[in-house]
Structures are given as structure tokens and as C-alpha cells.
Design a protein around this ligand. Sequence first.
Ligand SMILES: [Zn+2]
Length: 248
Amino acid sequence: MKFLCPVCRREEEIIGDRNPRCRFCGVEMIPPSNYSQVWMSPSFAIRRMRTINETYGGDRAHKYGKFKKEREAWTTAMLALALTKLTGKEWWIEIETVDNTPDTRLRRISQEPGGNIIETHEIEIVDWETNVGDIMEVIEKKCARAYPSNYILLVNARNSSKVVDFDRVIKEIKKLSSPFLEVWVFVFVKPSNFTVVRVAPAPAFVELTRPDFEKASNQTPFLRRLTRSTKSEFKDLGLLYMPIPPGE
Ligand SMILES: [Zn+2]
């Protein structure tokens, strides 16, 4: 099993020892976590995808099936930051590890007089790739399927050869009977600059720029709901170690 030293950040494959200490720092090393029940900050999801890009190259980072969850978390991070910019509320990303849908969830804790309430958005993600000429083809195909009415569709417009005509998408989507609560589209503009648009029901435009990403890096990286608690209580998990899936 691979462990992480919280001090020197060294990763080491250790066999047999469940509580190893770092050979250099003498501190207890952190065992690896999986995604189950973990809420991760948008900033962490973005950094994780950057690491995968740097390690495996953009092409493999985008194509490899084993990075699908990391890509979906990254895509969800863009919606989370757009929502934060619109409302000031912070959201965390939870990756679905058991069921086929939704792909991800956005979670936050709302502190109400009667106690904590968990707010959740269920997210279905689809990529608009270069082999599809019109973004509406992607949206129409998704809208033709049955989804629970609380789901949000998030379209990652990866077709960089085309400019998204948002006014047209907003107009066209009104003609569809969409099962989704909301439909969002986001496009890469340039590094640290994304446009995130709610195209249905009510249009909303958000430009994410460098200060938004910098501000997001202050958000608590990991939270987990305390399962034995009857109330909605949460634990700040501090530093977690989630090894990047091996590329080959
Ligand atoms: Zn160390």
C-alpha cells in the first residue's frame, strides 16, 4: 500500500506495516483514501486533474477511462465555482462510487436554526467533442432520456473548433422537453478563464477568472459526514492522501 508523509510529502509503497513512519521525518504516514463519502473542494479536484495532465500528458489525461472520475470531478468543479460566484455559497464535490448515475454530486452544509441541512445537486456530465458538429445534438440526446427531475445536466464544451452561440442554445433548448432541473454549459476561454452559462431554465452568465480560482483555494479541502451521528455533523478530514490512479 502507498503511504504519504504529511511533512515531506514523500509517497512510499509500504508492505506489511499498517502504521508506518516516514524514514526521514519520523512522523506517522497517511494511508490512501478512496472517494467513498468524501467531499472534496473544487480547488482540490482542479489540482488533481492538473497533476494527471502533467504526469500523463493532455491526450491520455482526456482519453483514459481510468481518469473518468477525475475528469468528472474537474468538470463539476467549474459548476461549483460558478455557483459560488453567483451566490457566495461554497460547494464540495462528491464522486458517485456505486451507482451509474448521477456522475457526481455537489454538497454543502446549510446551518439552519433547527440544525444542519445538507444541500445536494445531482450532476450528470456530458462532453461536447470535436466529432459532433452541433452542441444541440449532445443536449437533445441527453434530454431524450429519462432522468430524475432534480438532476442538473452539465455540458463540457470541449469542441474548441467551434464557438458556442449561447443565445441560440438558450432559444433552442426551450423547444425541447428537458427532464433536467437546470442545464449548464461551460467553455474554456484561456488558462484560468472559463465561461459557465446556465442555458435553462433562466439564463445566467459567469466568467471564472484567476481571482476566483485563488479564492477557491482557501476552501476546506475535505469533509466527511459523521455516519454515526443522528444530526448532520461533519468532520474536517485535514490532509487526505488520494493517490492518482496509475496510467498504464
Ligand atoms: Zn517525511
